[in-house]
Design a protein around this ligand. Structure first.
Ligand code: IMP
Length: 177
Protein backbone atom coordinates (compact mmCIF):
# COMPACT_ATOMS: atom_id res chain seq x y z
CA UNK A 1 0.00 0.00 0.00
CA UNK A 2 1.49 3.34 -1.07
CA UNK A 3 1.74 5.98 1.63
CA UNK A 4 0.89 9.60 0.70
CA UNK A 5 3.95 11.55 -0.36
CA UNK A 6 5.20 14.71 -2.04
CA UNK A 7 8.11 15.08 -4.44
CA UNK A 8 10.84 17.71 -3.97
CA UNK A 9 12.97 18.57 -7.00
CA UNK A 10 16.57 17.39 -6.53
CA UNK A 11 18.14 17.50 -10.03
CA UNK A 12 16.65 19.63 -12.77
CA UNK A 13 16.05 18.43 -16.33
CA UNK A 14 18.58 21.01 -17.50
CA UNK A 15 21.29 19.72 -15.14
CA UNK A 16 20.65 16.14 -16.29
CA UNK A 17 20.97 17.12 -19.97
CA UNK A 18 24.22 19.02 -19.32
CA UNK A 19 25.72 16.09 -17.41
CA UNK A 20 24.75 13.61 -20.14
CA UNK A 21 26.51 15.78 -22.69
CA UNK A 22 29.70 15.68 -20.57
CA UNK A 23 29.48 11.94 -19.94
CA UNK A 24 28.87 11.14 -23.60
CA UNK A 25 32.14 12.87 -24.54
CA UNK A 26 34.05 10.64 -22.10
CA UNK A 27 32.26 7.55 -23.39
CA UNK A 28 33.06 8.46 -27.00
CA UNK A 29 36.74 8.85 -26.02
CA UNK A 30 36.74 5.46 -24.30
CA UNK A 31 35.10 3.65 -27.23
CA UNK A 32 36.70 5.73 -29.94
CA UNK A 33 37.09 3.82 -33.21
CA UNK A 34 35.00 0.80 -32.24
CA UNK A 35 32.11 -0.32 -34.39
CA UNK A 36 31.02 -3.07 -32.02
CA UNK A 37 29.52 -1.17 -29.09
CA UNK A 38 26.34 -2.53 -27.52
CA UNK A 39 24.65 -0.27 -25.00
CA UNK A 40 22.70 -2.43 -22.53
CA UNK A 41 19.93 -0.69 -20.62
CA UNK A 42 18.70 -2.18 -17.37
CA UNK A 43 14.93 -2.05 -17.44
CA UNK A 44 12.91 -0.32 -16.50
CA UNK A 45 14.53 2.59 -14.66
CA UNK A 46 17.16 3.40 -17.29
CA UNK A 47 14.84 3.75 -20.29
CA UNK A 48 14.85 7.55 -20.44
CA UNK A 49 18.52 7.87 -19.52
CA UNK A 50 19.60 5.41 -22.24
CA UNK A 51 17.41 7.18 -24.81
CA UNK A 52 19.07 10.53 -24.08
CA UNK A 53 22.56 9.03 -23.75
CA UNK A 54 22.63 7.14 -27.05
CA UNK A 55 21.40 10.21 -28.92
CA UNK A 56 24.55 12.01 -27.75
CA UNK A 57 26.79 9.18 -28.99
CA UNK A 58 27.43 9.98 -32.63
CA UNK A 59 29.10 6.66 -33.36
CA UNK A 60 27.85 3.20 -34.35
CA UNK A 61 25.87 1.72 -31.43
CA UNK A 62 23.47 -1.12 -30.91
CA UNK A 63 20.98 -1.09 -28.06
CA UNK A 64 19.75 -4.07 -26.07
CA UNK A 65 17.89 -4.42 -22.78
CA UNK A 66 18.04 -6.63 -19.75
CA UNK A 67 15.59 -6.68 -16.88
CA UNK A 68 16.70 -7.62 -13.41
CA UNK A 69 14.34 -7.94 -10.46
CA UNK A 70 14.02 -4.70 -8.57
CA UNK A 71 12.36 -3.41 -5.46
CA UNK A 72 8.87 -4.37 -6.59
CA UNK A 73 6.59 -1.87 -4.89
CA UNK A 74 8.86 -1.51 -1.89
CA UNK A 75 11.49 1.09 -1.09
CA UNK A 76 14.01 -1.47 0.19
CA UNK A 77 16.21 -3.73 -1.95
CA UNK A 78 15.47 -7.48 -1.86
CA UNK A 79 19.25 -8.11 -2.19
CA UNK A 80 18.45 -11.08 -4.41
CA UNK A 81 18.91 -10.36 -8.09
CA UNK A 82 17.04 -12.39 -10.69
CA UNK A 83 17.14 -11.91 -14.44
CA UNK A 84 13.56 -11.40 -15.62
CA UNK A 85 14.41 -10.61 -19.25
CA UNK A 86 17.71 -11.45 -20.89
CA UNK A 87 19.47 -9.78 -23.81
CA UNK A 88 18.25 -10.61 -27.32
CA UNK A 89 21.73 -10.81 -28.80
CA UNK A 90 25.12 -12.28 -28.03
CA UNK A 91 27.86 -10.04 -26.62
CA UNK A 92 30.89 -12.28 -27.09
CA UNK A 93 33.78 -10.23 -28.50
CA UNK A 94 31.73 -7.02 -28.34
CA UNK A 95 32.24 -3.81 -26.38
CA UNK A 96 29.48 -3.47 -23.78
CA UNK A 97 28.27 -0.42 -21.88
CA UNK A 98 25.82 -1.30 -19.09
CA UNK A 99 23.43 1.55 -18.29
CA UNK A 100 21.92 1.62 -14.80
CA UNK A 101 19.61 4.20 -13.28
CA UNK A 102 20.80 4.07 -9.65
CA UNK A 103 23.51 2.19 -7.82
CA UNK A 104 22.16 1.74 -4.32
CA UNK A 105 23.29 -1.37 -2.38
CA UNK A 106 25.25 -2.36 -5.51
CA UNK A 107 23.74 -5.85 -5.78
CA UNK A 108 22.09 -5.29 -9.15
CA UNK A 109 25.05 -3.75 -10.99
CA UNK A 110 27.49 -6.23 -9.49
CA UNK A 111 25.33 -9.21 -10.48
CA UNK A 112 24.67 -7.95 -14.01
CA UNK A 113 28.30 -7.02 -14.71
CA UNK A 114 29.55 -10.46 -13.52
CA UNK A 115 26.89 -12.20 -15.57
CA UNK A 116 27.72 -10.28 -18.75
CA UNK A 117 31.48 -10.57 -18.15
CA UNK A 118 31.09 -14.37 -18.12
CA UNK A 119 29.84 -14.12 -21.72
CA UNK A 120 33.29 -12.97 -22.84
CA UNK A 121 32.75 -9.45 -24.18
CA UNK A 122 35.90 -7.69 -25.46
CA UNK A 123 35.33 -4.90 -22.94
CA UNK A 124 32.64 -4.16 -20.37
CA UNK A 125 32.03 -0.75 -18.80
CA UNK A 126 29.16 0.65 -16.81
CA UNK A 127 27.45 3.97 -16.30
CA UNK A 128 24.92 4.95 -13.64
CA UNK A 129 22.90 8.13 -13.69
CA UNK A 130 22.75 8.22 -9.89
CA UNK A 131 24.86 6.81 -7.11
CA UNK A 132 24.02 6.58 -3.42
CA UNK A 133 27.49 5.73 -2.06
CA UNK A 134 26.42 5.70 1.59
CA UNK A 135 24.01 2.82 0.88
CA UNK A 136 26.59 0.48 -0.63
CA UNK A 137 26.71 -3.11 0.63
CA UNK A 138 28.81 -4.56 -2.20
CA UNK A 139 31.99 -2.84 -3.29
CA UNK A 140 31.27 -1.69 -6.84
CA UNK A 141 31.36 1.63 -8.62
CA UNK A 142 30.16 2.37 -12.13
CA UNK A 143 32.88 3.58 -14.51
CA UNK A 144 30.86 6.77 -14.99
CA UNK A 145 28.37 8.34 -12.62
CA UNK A 146 26.01 11.20 -13.39
CA UNK A 147 25.36 12.44 -9.86
CA UNK A 148 26.11 11.29 -6.35
CA UNK A 149 23.03 11.72 -4.20
CA UNK A 150 22.27 11.32 -0.49
CA UNK A 151 20.38 8.39 0.98
CA UNK A 152 16.96 9.51 -0.22
CA UNK A 153 14.34 7.65 -2.23
CA UNK A 154 14.12 9.32 -5.63
CA UNK A 155 11.75 9.24 -8.60
CA UNK A 156 11.50 10.73 -12.07
CA UNK A 157 13.42 10.60 -15.35
CA UNK A 158 12.53 6.91 -15.71
CA UNK A 159 12.75 6.03 -12.02
CA UNK A 160 9.59 4.96 -10.20
CA UNK A 161 7.98 4.58 -6.86
CA UNK A 162 5.50 1.69 -7.17
CA UNK A 163 5.53 2.19 -10.97
CA UNK A 164 4.55 5.87 -10.78
CA UNK A 165 6.46 9.09 -11.54
CA UNK A 166 8.73 7.64 -14.25
CA UNK A 167 7.42 10.37 -16.56
CA UNK A 168 8.77 13.33 -14.58
CA UNK A 169 11.43 15.22 -16.54
CA UNK A 170 13.52 15.82 -13.42
CA UNK A 171 14.74 13.76 -10.45
CA UNK A 172 12.90 14.39 -7.20
CA UNK A 173 13.06 13.01 -3.68
CA UNK A 174 10.03 11.32 -2.19
CA UNK A 175 8.94 12.78 1.11
CA UNK A 176 6.31 10.83 2.98
CA UNK A 177 3.63 12.81 4.76
P1 IMP B 1 20.76 -1.99 -5.83
O1 IMP B 1 20.77 -3.40 -6.33
O2 IMP B 1 20.42 -1.91 -4.37
O3 IMP B 1 22.01 -1.21 -6.16
O4 IMP B 1 19.53 -1.27 -6.46
C1 IMP B 1 19.46 -0.93 -7.74
C2 IMP B 1 18.04 -0.74 -8.18
O5 IMP B 1 17.15 -0.41 -7.13
C3 IMP B 1 18.00 0.43 -9.12
O6 IMP B 1 18.24 0.02 -10.43
C4 IMP B 1 16.58 0.92 -8.94
O7 IMP B 1 15.72 0.21 -9.79
C5 IMP B 1 16.24 0.58 -7.52
N1 IMP B 1 16.39 1.77 -6.66
C6 IMP B 1 17.42 2.07 -5.84
N2 IMP B 1 17.23 3.25 -5.23
C7 IMP B 1 16.05 3.72 -5.70
C8 IMP B 1 15.32 4.94 -5.48
O8 IMP B 1 15.73 5.84 -4.72
N3 IMP B 1 14.16 5.07 -6.18
C9 IMP B 1 13.69 4.12 -7.01
N4 IMP B 1 14.34 2.98 -7.27
C10 IMP B 1 15.52 2.79 -6.61
Amino acid sequence: MKRPYVIDELITAKAIAARIEELSKEIKDEFDGTDKLIVVGLLRGSFIFIADLVRELDMPVEVDFLEASSYGDEIESSREVRILKDLRGTIEGRDVLVVEDIVDTGFTLSHVVSLLASRKPARIKSIALLDKPTRREISIKADWTGFEIPDEFVVGYGIDYAQRNRNLGYIGTVRFN
